[in-house]
Design a protein around this ligand. Structure first.
Ligand SMILES: [Mn+2]
Length: 317
């Protein structure tokens, strides 16, 4: 479903009218969000002669930093008359990132159903797999031609937000969009960029696989602080630990999967995945969140305590 209060003529008119545009990312921006900011920056620069500034409160993941060199972490909000919020979910989240709103024009672009439609203008398409799929529609409908740079970031955003086309958010339209973008991009290069990890990431996987356990249809693993500290000293990037549970979620006999990462002594990150049961409720119970089949939380507990708690919660005992 598309929720919007603008049409494509409005979008053109707005882009012509604004003077200085700030693009803002959600906290800990993912590839979809960062790629979307690049796409909008190209559009404004090439078709509306406006130089947009890209802003993220949090640092860009070092794995992708080289693609987003012009993202700044500090900015004078008073310099801008227009702010475009990319996947910023709610006015509350937005105002945490942009504290000085004043009389700025706010444009809200997203694809999450939880978006509260804040801003002077909003364009939220919850049927889209990625915010880059939303941008593709806007580009097409406003009659702007695709080019190699724009197609490259659009494709990377969509491919990354769909778990490399493996999630259920892939619609037939997603594939149609990609079939067009395919003509502009080096397909293998995009996958290499999304999948690329440090040497020590693979060393970390060997530790995680060595710790792999199974209890009924619960499959889990963990990384203890001492195991992790060593790898981080050697060169493992902390951001590489974000979705490591994905590496165990295709064990055939498993129905629920979790990893525990002890990031500080007795302080753990838990990531949950499931093939059907609702793991969001468990994450919410411990102060986290996510989706029904993919969620996570952080908690002050030891690895062994947490294993017991989670197996209990998941009905393994
Ligand atoms: Mn997204």
């Amino acid at each position: 479903m598309l929720k919007t209060n603008v049409n494509f003529n409005d979008i053109r008119r707005i882009f012509i009218k604004v003077r200085k545009v700030l693009l803002v990312a959600h906290p800990n921006p993912d590839l979809d969000c960062l790629c979307a900011m690049k796409v909008i920056q190209f559009l404004l620069d090439r078709y509306f002669a406006k130089k947009a500034v890209l802003y993220s409160k949090d640092p860009v993941n070092p794995l992708y930093k080289h693609l987003f060199n012009d993202v700044v972490n500090e900015v004078n909000f008073n310099d801008f008359d227009c702010v475009i919020a990319v996947e910023l979910g709610s006015f509350k989240r937005f105002s945490e990132v942009v504290p000085e709103i004043g009389s700025k024009l706010i444009i809200n672009i997203d694809h999450h159903s939880s978006n509260d439609l804040f801003g002077n203008y909003y364009y939220v398409d919850v049927n889209s797999s990625a915010v880059n799929e939303v941008l593709y529609d806007i580009i097409k409908q406003t009659g702007i031609p695709l080019d190699n740079d724009i197609a490259y970031y659009l494709a990377m955003g969509i491919i990354s937000d769909t778990g490399m086309l493996s999630y259920n958010n892939v619609g037939s339209k997603t594939l149609l969009v990609l079939s067009e973008l395919r003509n502009y991009v080096d397909w293998q290069e995009i996958f290499s960029l999304i999948k690329g990890r440090s040497f020590y990431y693979y060393k970390m996987l060997s530790v995680m696989y060595n710790n792999l356990q199974m209890k009924g249809d619960i499959v889990y693993s963990y990384l203890r602080y001492n195991e992790l500290e060593e790898l981080i000293k050697l060169g493992l990037i902390k951001e590489e630990l974000n979705n490591i549970v994905d590496n165990i979620m295709y064990v055939l006999s498993g129905k629920v999967f979790f990893t525990i990462t002890e990031v500080e002594p007795n302080y753990c990150r838990v990531n949950l995945r499931s093939k059907g049961i609702d793991v969001e409720q468990i994450a919410i119970k411990f102060g986290g969140g996510g989706h029904k089949r993919a969620s996570g939380f952080r908690i002050k507990k030891s690895v062994d305590e947490l294993i017991n708690i989670l197996i209990n919660e998941l009905g393994g005992n």
